[in-house]
Structure formats: C-alpha cells, structure tokens
Design a protein. Structure first.
Length: 131
C-alpha cells in the first residue's frame, strides 16, 4: 500500500447514533468517536470468560475498547455498550468494520465483503438477531 504525502491516516471517526444511549439520569447521548482497533483490541477479549460463555459478547467488549467518547459520558465501558439499542449496536458494528476493514488490493481502500454486501455481518461480530 502506497500512501501519498498529502493523504492522512485516519485513526478516528466521529459518529452519530441513530437512536442514542439514554443514561441513568435521562440524558440522551448520540455523538461519539471511535478509534482504529489494535490487535490487542481484537485478541484480548477472546480470553474474557463472558466471550467464552457467549461469543456474541465479543462485540460488546471490542466496542467498549474502541469507542473513546460518547456524548458527555466520562467513559464508555461494557455496561454502556450493553445499554445500546439494537439498531445502534448494529450501526456501530458496521462502522467498526468500515474503519478496521483494511485494504483490499482488488476493491480499493477500506473495501471488504461486509462493506460491499451490506447484509453481511462484520468480521468477528454477530449482528443482533443472527444466530
């Protein structure tokens, strides 16, 4: 992969949740920032007992690791991600795949089967409702 001098390497992306996260005080948080995942973000959660009991929990842990900001919340942890509405969780899973999907020499930067086929599940994630 060749980078042109004027191209910037995107490590974060801002997002707006379709519905938003409603915290315990009734405040709705919709705008946030997701960072590029590291190898540790994808590997370390596999050791978590919650993932070993239920593979679908991998998405919760990974998203909690890569979402750096959500509204005015002090931090984003698994309890926050567990509280997302299903449509917001699905949106974030797809956003994660777009940011971390890599480069496909045949399809251009950032293209992967999950991005091209919008019905496909992002790698490492089960879309809510899929078995």
């Amino acid at each position: 992969m060749n980078m042109r001098p004027n191209e910037s390497f995107q490590t974060e992306i801002e997002f707006t949740l379709p519905k938003g996260y409603l915290d315990s005080t009734g405040i709705l948080h919709r705008r946030g920032v997701m960072r590029l995942a590291t190898a540790a973000d994808e590997i370390l959660p596999l050791r978590d007992p919650r993932v070993q009991q239920n593979e679908a929990y991998l998405a919760i842990i990974v998203l909690a690791r890569v979402i750096t900001r959500l509204g005015d919340l002090a931090s984003v942890d698994t309890r926050v991600v567990e509280g997302f509405y299903a449509s917001d969780l699905n949106y974030l899973q797809r956003l994660y795949e777009q940011l971390n999907g890599g480069d496909d020499p045949d399809g251009g930067p950032g293209t992967s089967p999950a991005i091209i086929d919008q019905t496909a599940s992002p790698k490492g994630f089960q879309t809510v409702g899929e078995a």
